[in-house]
Design a protein. Sequence first.
Length: 323
Amino acid sequence: MNPAITPSDTLAELGEFGLVARVTAGRSHPPGTLLGPGDDAAVVAAPDARVVACTDVLVEGVHFRLDWSTPEQAGRKAAAANLADIAAMGAVPTALLVGLACPVSTPVATLEGLADGLWAEARASGIGVVGGDVAASTALVISVTALGSLEGREPVTRGGARPGDLVALCGRIGWAAAGLAVLHRGFRSPVAVVGAHRVPEPPYAAGPAAALAGATAMIDVSDGLLADLGHVAEASGVLVDVRGAALEVPMRLREVASALGTDPLHWLLTGGEDHALVATFPPGSTLPSGWTVIGTVREGVPAVLVDGRPYAGPGGWDHFTRG
């Protein structure tokens, strides 16, 4: 926290332009940022002549809670959700843009914490926050836009899976869902599990690596493994069959599930917000490091099966329907 800020300072006292100056001062940018914050728009290098772009909106009380997470953790989570989408296209990130809406009574320390988290996750990916906007609102809302470069490759979309392809996973799944379940019970530990809900750890480099290895389709696991594979199945017109035995349940998740009286496999199959990557590869492919085969693609009516059968339970998160 800036030593000049006291807990009583709010956005109403600092003002929009004071906040922008506060959260951008002293920040360094990588060479790809040709013009950073401070003008009408930023300028970011695009040597590929194509720009990959995605946006996510996070609303306090829906996607994060500041009584469960620090502002910095919420900022990192907001950035990670977008950077994982860039990776899922087989691209590398080049810049972040941030829109923030919040009550004028919001403490400046909270907003600085959010900014610190956004910048920290951006720096971990070798990029910066190049611009954005601030507006007054009745709720705290963070909107992040990520830009990326394909580096001369074709994008890896959801619609390229073909019968016979291997289905592979990179990154952890189920951890964020387990952490959320723990928090809902009023606990704050195990720290590793709760931390997974607060700040995901997407395998950013695995997306471009998969593209180089010939991935035919890819998506990040934001809504749940089965739900997101369902998007691939629908876009590709194929059936996806996941092997339950290929999904290793970590001992820590087994322990937490036992304490909460639930099946940990359910977290792996339906839990979102870990932002792992799942992709399909041609049969016989040599997979990049970190990728594990978890199923196959077959001909059939678009669907996702587990061991050849529909999964008996909710399939994942949908923002407008629950089920």
